[in-house]
Design a binder for this molecule. Structure first.
Ligand SMILES: Nc1nc2c(ncn2[C@@H]2O[C@H](COP(=O)(O)OP(=O)(O)OP(=O)(O)O)[C@@H](O)[C@H]2O)c(=O)[nH]1
Length: 379
């Protein structure tokens, strides 16, 4: 196996994407196409079994029993032991130059899997959290059965709501008159998840670069591209996506979608660094389960010119990242985009206000009472 390493090991955290989607949605079919995609050349793909992905014709070299290299350069590996071991092993072999250098990891989850525990596993691991960072959640949705699956399964709704990219499969099977159904499915997905681009697999749109380069960092420039990542404008406007349980549009109130909220909270009130930590901690404790995704850029009182980027998937918060300057038009505004299940905008807004309110000195009471519990709390 050729080693692509020269000099010291690259310690830049490796972007990691999770590919999910309901049973039979078309994950394996998509992966089959992707392993031949040149855009996968620097990717290590983690799947459950080689048998599921018909890779034999693309196989170039077998590094060992768990890892094979495709003609595209994509490394394909099965889970050996558990996911933690596989990820540790991959990065150790890359550092040692035993396998081809890769700069992206994609993990395929099984059909019923909730992607959150996969991310928890990695982000709660003392070492892996520094070697990998979440780039994107990609959710495959079947255009033929998608509506029925969303009606029947809360997990499918959750998978769609927490995605950074949505891939529609089987649109080729819709035929004449199928476009109404497709439009309705797209509208439903858009309401669940206002910002995630939808890519049509049958039209060849689901290529590696469009699927997996959805993280905070611009893959070319390797600098944070917060404006693209937050896509805060997708949550603006008519408030339709913030559907605060009005039940005025004839939906079955038991539909799983009715539990999902997608909204953006904006404020020009700065927050102190310690208050931000407490805000995140309380958010995690009170609403972690329902916080499907949270992405944000935050105005700090101590250093208003250097915003902090925060990112959470349910109970797990990434280590915050401090930027050198404000992105885009430079407006110094805290923006939090949230996709939640059974958590209202007013609940998160209220919590943030408690920590930014000048009258209460930015939640001084909370801070003073709780800081002693968190020795050396900041990252
Ligand atoms: N016509 C058509 N068939 C598709 C497409 N995507 C998937 N299929 C078919 O749908 C079936 C299920 O696809 P898979 O790729 O196995 O689905 P999966 O999500 O991996 O399924 P699980 O591993 O069971 O969760 C297979 O028969 C595929 O051939 C598509 O875009 N068009």
């Amino acid at each position: 196996m050729p080693a692509a390493r020269s000099g010291p090991a690259d310690r830049t955290p490796i972007p990691l994407s999770v590919l999910t989607g309901f049973l039979g949605a078309g994950k394996t079919t998509l992966l089959n196409r992707l392993v031949a995609d040149e855009g996968m050349a620097d990717t290590a793909l983690i799947i459950n079994e080689f048998g599921e992905v018909g890779i034999d014709h693309l196989l170039v070299e077998t590094a060992n029993e768990d890892i094979v290299e495709m003609s595209s350069g994509c490394l394909c590996c099965t889970i050996s032991g558990d996911l933690i071991r596989t990820l540790e092993d991959l990065v150790a072999r890359r550092d040692a130059g035993e396998i081809r250098h890769f700069s992206r990891v994609v993990i395929e989850t099984t059909g019923l899997a909730d992607p959150a525990p996969v991310l928890h596993t990695i982000m709660n691991h003392n070492y892996l959290v520094y070697r990998y960072r979440l780039a994107s959640v990609v959710t495959v949705v079947d255009a033929v059965n998608g509506m029925a699956t969303l009606d029947a399964h809360a997990e499918a709704v959750k998978q769609a709501a927490m995605a950074d990219r949505l891939v529609l499969t089987k649109t080729d099977l819709l035929g004449e008159g199928g476009s109404d159904g497709l439009d309705a499915l797209k509208a439903r997905l858009r309401e669940l998840n206002p910002a995630a681009p939808m890519l049509d697999a049958a039209r060849g749109e689901a290529v590696a670069d469009r699927l997996f380069d959805a993280g905070l960092y611009d893959p070319e420039a390797k600098t944070p591209d917060v404006v693209r990542w937050l896509a805060a404008e997708a949550y603006d406007g008519n408030g339709h996506h913030e559907h605060e349980h009005e039940h005025d549009h004839g939906h079955d109130p038991n539909r799983h979608d009715e539990h999902i909220r997608a909204f953006c909270i904006t404020t020009d009130q700065p927050i102190r660094a310690t208050s931000l930590e407490l805000f995140m901690e309380l958010l995690r404790l009170q609403h972690g389960n329902g916080l499907l995704r949270l992405k944000g850029i935050v105005l700090l009182e101590e250093e208003p010119e250097r915003p902090v980027v925060i990112h959470a998937v349910q109970h797990v918060f990434h280590p915050p990242i401090r930027l050198g300057q404000w992105p885009g038009d430079g407006a110094r505004l805290t923006r939090l985009v949230c996709i939640t299940r059974d958590v209202e905008k007013s609940q998160i807004e209220g919590l943030l206000e408690a920590f930014t309110d000048r009258l209460t000195d930015g939640g001084a009471a909370f801070r003073d009472m709780t800081l002693s519990l968190r020795p050396g709390g900041g990252r």
